[in-house]
Design a protein around this ligand. Structure first.
Ligand SMILES: Nc1nc2c(ncn2[C@@H]2O[C@H](COP(=O)(O)OP(=O)(O)OP(=O)(O)O)[C@@H](O)[C@H]2O)c(=O)[nH]1
Ligand SMILES: [Mg+2]
Length: 334
C-alpha cells in the first residue's frame, strides 16, 4: 500500500487508521481511499472480530477481479516480474492490486514494503495497491486471510489482483487454489524443473515463466519443462501449460507473460472452468471457516467437562478415541 504517498486530511487519516467502522471503511475503500483499503486488509490479516462484517459488506463485489498467483523459489524474480506485470496492466488501464505474501515476517501489520520487494515503481500510482502480508501466525496460513484481502481489493475496484508467494511446497498449492491463473517461475540452473515435478507444481502451473533467460541454461530449462508437460496426462480440452521466457529485470518477455495470462483466462471462461475453480475456492473457504469455528468450540470445551473427562477415559483405555470424538461431536451438535 502506498501509504506514504497519499494525501488525506490528518483527522480523516487518524480515524481511518484505527477505525472498526466497517460501513465507513468499505465506502471509502470503494471510493479508492488507499488508507481504508490498508485498514481493511490489516483487519482481515489480524483476524479481527469485524472480519465477518467486512466479508458481508464486500460480498457484492466478489468475483470481479482476475486473480493471478505467482510462485517460485526464493529469488527467482517473482517481485521483479510482478512489478513489470503491473506496468503492463496499467498500460492497459487496469486497476491492479498486489498481495505479496511474506513468510519471513512474523506480522507485517500493513508495513510499507521495503525496497527488497522491488515494486517501488508504482508506489505513487493511485491505480495500484501493493500490500505485503504475513503468512506466519495464521492458523491455515495463506488460506485464512488472503481470500478476504483479495475481496478488499476487488471492492476497491481492482480488475486484476496479483498474489506473490514464495514457493515452498504448501504455499504453492495454496496460491493455486486461490488464483484463477497460476504462474510458476523458474530460473536456469536452479534445478527448478526437477524440483517442480517433485513438489507437484506441474499440476498447479497454468503458465511457466522461465525467468533470468539472460543466463546460461535457459534453453535447457525450457526444454526440460516442455518435456515434462509433454509427458503429463491431459484429457481432450484440458489446458496445456504455456512456457514463456522472460528477463524480468529488463522487462523482456513480460508482454508474452501477459498474453499467456489472457489466453488462459479466455480458456477458463470458454470451458466454464472459471466458475468451477471459483466455486471450489469458495467451498474450501467455507470449509476452513467452519472448521475454525468447530476448533474454537472444541477448545472452549476444554474448560467445560466433557473433553478432559473423555481424554481421561481414552488414556485409561476405558474408551477409544473414535468413540470419544463421536461423543464430543454429539455434544457440539447438542
Ligand atoms: N539476471 C537476471 N536477474 C534478475 C532477473 N529478474 C530478477 N533478477 C534479479 O534477481 C533478484 C531477485 O529478484 P526478486 O524479484 O526479488 O525475486 P523474488 O522471487 O521476488 O524473491 P523473494 O521474494 O525473496 O523470493 C534481484 O536481484 C533481481 O534484480 C532477470 O531476468 N535476470
Ligand atoms: Mg519477492
Amino acid at each position: 500500500m502506498s501509504e506514504s504517498n497519499t494525501r488525506v486530511p490528518a483527522a480523516a487519516t487518524g480515524s481511518v487508521r484505527r477505525s472498526r467502522d466497517v460501513p465507513m471503511l468499505v465506502e471509502r475503500a470503494r471510493d479508492g481511499d488507499p488508507r481504508a483499503v490498508a485498514r481493511l486488509i490489516t483487519l482481515v490479516e489480524s483476524g479481527d472480530e469485524t472480519v465477518p462484517a467486512i466479508a458481508a459488506a464486500l460480498a457484492p463485489y466478489t468475483g470481479r477481479a482476475q486473480v493471478v498467483g505467482l510462485t517460485g523459489s526464493p529469488g527467482v524474480g517473482k517481485s521483479t516480474t510482478t512489478n513489470e506485470l503491473v506496468r503492463a496492466l496499467r498500460a492497459h488501464g487496469h486497476r491492479v492490486g498486489v498481495l505479496a505474501i511474506d513468510p519471513s515476517s512474523p506480522f507485517t501489520g500493513g508495513a510499507i514494503l521495503g525496497d527488497r520487494v522491488r515494486m517501488q515503481d508504482h508506489a505513487t500510482d493511485p491505480g495500484v495497491y501493493i500490500r505485503s502480508m504475513s503468512s506466519r501466525g495464521h492458523l491455515g496460513g495463506l488460506s485464512a486471510a488472503t481470500p478476504q484481502a483479495v475481496r478488499v481489493l476487488e471492492g476497491a475496484g481492482c480488475d486484476v489482483v496479483l498474489v506473490e508467494t514464495v514457493g515452498v511446497g504448501q504455499a504453492e498449492v495454496e496460491v493455486a487454489s486461490l488464483a484463477d491463473t497460476t504462474l510458476v517461475l523458474l530460473a536456469p540452473g536452479m534445478g527448478d524443473a526437477i524440483q517442480a515435478v517433485k513438489a507437484g507444481i506441474l499440476e498447479i502451473a497454468d503458465v511457466f515463466v522461465v525467468n533470468k533467460a539472460d543466463r546460461d541454461g535457459a534453453d535447457a530449462t525450457v526444454r526440460d519443462i516442455q518435456g515434462m508437460i509433454a509427458l503429463g496426462e491431459r484429457g481432450p480440452g484440458q489446458w496445456r501449460p504455456q512456457v514463456v521466457r522472460a528477463v524480468a529485470a529488463r522487462g523482456e518477455g513480460i508482454d508474452d507473460v501477459a498474453v499467456a495470462i489472457d489466453k488462459h483466462r479466455a480458456w477458463l471462461v470458454e470451458h466454464d472452468e472459471l466458475r468451477r475453480r471459483r466455486e471450489a475456492r469458495a467451498a474450501a473457504e467455507v470449509e476452513a471457516i467452519a472448521l475454525g469455528v468447530l476448533r474454537a468450540r472444541i477448545g472452549s470445551l476444554r474448560d467445560g467437562t466433557q473433553l478432559p473427562a473423555l481424554a481421561a477415559e481414552v488414556a485409561a483405555g476405558a474408551t477409544d478415541p473414535y468413540a470419544a470424538a463421536e461423543a464430543l461431536l454429539a455434544q457440539l451438535a447438542g
